[in-house]
Design a protein around this ligand. Structure first.
Ligand code: IPM
Ligand code: MG
Length: 366
């Protein structure tokens, strides 16, 4: 089959890890006989430097006309003190999510047993963790209006507005329920209904939508309690659904379970995970300016994001699994980038780690 894939490497380590994920996709296309047409476009700081805006129209149009977007990471100290908020690299990601309607952010957290010693959380707590966090991505305090800052007689003031509609909540809960159906059929909704009226509505709508899924066991947890449970008792969770800001924070927190943020992929979808929706696929890590250009960044998060791309936007489940197996096998063979190195393992750079994965895909070692 033939597919169009937009490649937006972005800044710092972004282009380095994205190039490896693209190589992995090329290996998949050769082995399984698909035709992937890749087109690169600038985004973030790279686009600011080239054309003066973080998300050029050409880049957005390319994304609109693609089946999926492979994304790296954006931002870096060079652009940090841009005085205009809308001219910061991170703004590109928010505009992409909004313009493309990418409302469902899937962030699986499934630590590799082999790397259990890399987490600061005790191995017996981490063991068996397999969570799918479903983060709402185009609402909440990120996008609510008004959003402004101004000067009052008492001093400066700024307002972000927390806003959720029934429709926005219902559609993200449906995504979570569909995923729960494919997994252990347990759904936890994280809210702050004891303090925020938006989360009261959230909880109500969650209950209503879940009534359509009687096979799914629903529970509710308050966000502060969840922040504690996710690192003290992570195996009690299967699918977790929450709003934009909580989802942002808790997925970084959950990444400590995996041992390195360099391991975790994400998918941002414009529809249900069962329907080959347009999606943007990116590591959950940032642009890591401190290690950029050194060839040592861990490409696994980007490679696993490519696997999610195959699964959710192209509907190629067998191919997605082949990539995931190849990554597990590469770790199993003892290859480690610096962030997950341990005594007795073979330390490799970005390129070599990806090459090991590609070899295993090409030789059908799965
Ligand atoms: C993420 C990032 C973004 C977010 C930033 C870069 C705006 O932290 O994708 O998790 O907050 O959503
Ligand atoms: Mg984040």
């Amino acid at each position: 089959m033939s597919f169009k894939i937009a490649v937006l490497g972005g800044d710092c380590v972004g282009p380095e890890v994205t190039a490896e994920a693209q190589r992995v996709l090329v290996a998949v296309s050769k082995r399984f006989g698909h035709d992937f047409l890749f087109t690169e476009a600038p985004v973030g700081g790279a686009a600011l430097d080239a054309v003066g805006v973080p998300l050029p129209d050409e880049t957005l149009n390319l994304c609109r006309n693609s089946d999926a977007i492979l994304f790296g990471s954006i931002g870096g100290p060079r652009w940090d003190d841009n005085s205009r908020f809308d001219l910061r690299p991170g703004q590109a990601l928010l505009s992409l999510r909004e313009s493309l309607g990418l409302f469902a952010n899937l962030r699986p957290v499934k630590p590799y047993p082999l790397l259990a010693d890399k987490s600061p959380v005790r191995p017996e707590v981490v063991r068996g963790t397999d969570i799918m966090v479903v983060r709402e991505l185009t609402g909440d305090v990120y996008f609510g209006q008004p959003k402004k800052r101004w000067v009052t007689p008492e001093g400066r003031r700024a307002v972000d507005t927390m806003d959720y509609s029934e429709r926005e909540i219902a559609r993200i809960v449906r995504v979570a329920c569909e995923l729960a159906r494919q997994r252990k059929k347990r759904l936890t909704s994280v809210d702050k209904s004891n303090a925020l009226i938006t989360y009261r509505l959230w909880k109500e709508v969650v209950i209503e939508v879940c009534a359509e899924y009687p096979d799914i066991e629903l529970s509710h947890i308050l966000a502060d309690n969840f922040a504690m449970q996710i690192v003290s008792n992570p195996t009690r969770f299967d699918v977790v659904v929450t709003g934009n800001l909580f989802g942002d924070i808790f997925t970084d927190e959950a990444s400590v379970l995996a041992g390195s943020i360099g391991l975790l992929p994400s998918a941002s979808l414009a529809g249900l995970p069962t329907g080959r929706a347009l999606g943007l696929y990116e590591p959950i890590h940032g642009s890591a300016p401190d290690i950029a250009g050194k060839g040592i960044a861990n490409p696994i998060a980007a490679i696993l994001s490519a696997a999610l791309l195959l699964r959710y936007s192209l509907g190629l489940e067998k191919e997605a699994r082949a990539v995931e197996h190849a990554v597990s096998a590469t770790l199993g063979a003892g290859y480690r980038t610096a962030d997950i190195a341990s005594p007795g393992s073979t330390q490799v750079g970005t390129r070599e780690m990806a090459r090991q994965v590609i070899d295993r895909i090409s030789t059908k070692e799965d």
